[in-house]
Design a protein around this ligand. Structure first.
Ligand code: 5GP
Length: 212
């Protein structure tokens, strides 16, 4: 982006019940957009097989988490599924200062807090599964969690789904490629919002002043 056309960053918040595909969707959006920064949360939950510290999450102890929370290091934090999850503030501030957009894969509690802190910048997207049966299938096929954990997550999914009307956009993830295309459309349209592009005012003035 040229410095004359610098726009206000988009803070794209994505939520869904576990297993509805928000992580795959948000990772692909990041892979396709070099100027989109993925916020990596800190959590007190243990890493699942295949997860790496600093990639999926910063895996921290309860003590470290509490110290960070007390120091104000989190933009928001919440208890989800008996564990604490928080969004480290500094990387987000730094990315936005550099003119990058930021994507957050956080629950409805975090989405509310971030939206309250930056109402003009935040765009909230909720991902729904096509059915509860499909959600159950996806959680089982992921095979990362014990059966009891999966049952607890499914039990909570309905409570999370109930928060859908907090969100600006809602995408049903029945077909991954279609859901991804819809998410990318939302992101691209939000970048073009007039209020995010203050450079338009001098640009249009210059257009008006141009002799024809
Ligand atoms: P999981 O343990 O399955 O990776 O994530 C559980 C839930 O915690 C998901 O709904 C996820 O979006 C949410 N989550 C992850 N990081 C954060 C965070 O930093 N803040 C909040 N509020 N929720 C988070």
């Amino acid at each position: 982006m040229s410095s004359e056309r610098r726009r206000q960053p988009v803070m794209l918040v994505i939520s869904s019940p576990s297993g509805a595909g928000k992580t795959s969707l948000s990772r692909r959006l990041v892979a396709d957009h070099a100027d989109l920064f993925l916020s990596i949360s800190a959590t007190t939950r243990a890493a699942r097989p295949g997860e790496a510290g600093g990639r999926e999450y910063h895996f921290v102890t309860k003590e470290t988490f509490e110290t960070m929370a007390q120091a104000g290091d989190f933009l928001e934090w919440a208890e989800v599924h008996e564990h604490a999850y928080g969004t480290p503030r500094a990387p987000v501030v730094e990315a936005m200062r550099a003119g990058r957009d930021v994507i957050f894969d956080i629950d409805w509690q975090g989405a509310r807090e971030v939206a309250a802190a930056a109402p003009g910048d935040v765009v909230r997207v909720f991902i729904l599964p096509p059915s509860m049966a499909d959600l159950s299938r996806r959680l089982h096929s992921r095979a990362q969690d014990a059966e009891a954990v999966i049952r607890r997550r499914l039990g909570r999914a309905k409570g999370e789904i109930a928060k859908w009307s907090d969100y600006d956009y809602v995408i049903v993830n029945e077909d991954f490629d279609l859901a991804y295309a819809e998410l990318a459309h939302v992101y691209h349209a939000e970048r073009l919002r007039r209020v995010r592009n203050p450079w338009l005012t001098p640009f249009v003035k210059a257009l008006e002043a141009e002799p024809i």
